[in-house]
Design a protein around this ligand. Sequence first.
Ligand code: ADP
Ligand code: MG
Length: 424
Amino acid sequence: MQASATATTRALCASSTTWLATAHVPHLLHDAGAHVTFLGPHGAWPLKGRFVDRHVAAEGSPAEVARALGDHLATGESYDWVIIGDDPLLAALATLRAEPWVPGVLPIEPDAVRHGLLGTKVGFVRACGALGLPSPWSRVCRGKPAIEAAVRELGRPALIKEDGFSGGEGCHRVATVRDVRALPDAIGTAEVVVQEFVTGQMHSLEALYDRGHLRALLTSRVVRAWPAPYGPSAVRRFEHDDALVTFAEQIGRVVGVHGFGNITVIRGDDGRLVLIELDPRPNAVFHLGDALGVPMSDALRAILARAPIAPPAHLARGTDVEVPLFPGDVLRCVLEGDLGGLAAWTLNLDGRWRFLPQDDPKLLAAYRVHIVRALARHLLPSPVRTFAMQVPRTLGRLREATAQLRRASVDSKIRSALTRTNPS
Ligand SMILES: Nc1ncnc2c1ncn2[C@@H]1O[C@H](COP(=O)(O)OP(=O)(O)O)[C@@H](O)[C@H]1O
Ligand SMILES: [Mg+2]
């Protein structure tokens, strides 16, 4: 753990999962001059890097982590900013929105309409409709007959989205009522989104908002998604795009988002821009801003300092940089057996290593372990795999036990020194 001596502001990032999304948040906040507390499970990615100053352990379900966050804040700890790092925790907090401390930690005012934007696909679609956001034709349905009726009403291909999933899981493209009937029956039991399938160019936006005002934005085209076709992006083309900057500004104003906004937009074949997703939380791409000339830490510093609102930072006009994302694209190469891709990563083709967290060797080492584990899961026969998985865990436990012994021995030395200097 590293303490930041000059920190004057205090930020807390909370997560109920071990998603990669929050891996770089401590580094960004540290560079923005904040003392960083992480609240969440031991295995979480923020703890694998070197920029968390303090860890408040919180394990269990999202509801339990939400409770732990409330208990922690009730102890009188105060923060300039609390960042909620994942969708399940956002959704859990949305259900607690009547509690007085909850609105203060949410990135969106959880009013009767907007609370739907917190961690649920069904709520998102309802809120988009109520707020008049430019989203595709959508219906919320429960039960196969209702889904079939919606697909019939639309009369064009649709994407059915089950709630509670992310990374493209639970998405099913259907063209006809017969396709709906072929889906697993479980899909009919909970509310799902039936949405017009929009053909066109997929864009991903990383936006930083200051109480609804856009402070910084990365605009990109998704070149490759993995797992295809609906998974997270593995290769992006970062390009300046005026229309997307204006779009992100408008969304921020209407929704009133504060902090990180992880946005998916489709530019349809007819040229219209439609909002597919706005996750008001970090993802593991924001830190690329520094290498692309959009320093996100400056925007975070301005947000923390409540600096006057200024025009948003965005990519320079003419920017056009293809970036294979780490570690997603490496995992893709490993699991798809893409030897050319692996060679490109090994040989630092196109200078791709400059997008890696080079100033955080601890995080880089954790990524390496993550990749080797994925490789092992993919390649090794099961008994060997079980053994191989145990090795890093056992080494970790050994390291922790050694550190505890060392701390205990330091404690006893301090105690005996105190007894010597201050006998009572
Ligand atoms: N209406 C749509 N038309 C075409 N493709 C879509 C549509 N909605 C989503 N997708 C595709 O499916 C992916 C996953 O959908 P999304 O709503 O972003 O859920 P997730 O939370 O799983 O990322 C998107 O990234 C996009 O590629
Ligand atoms: Mg998405």
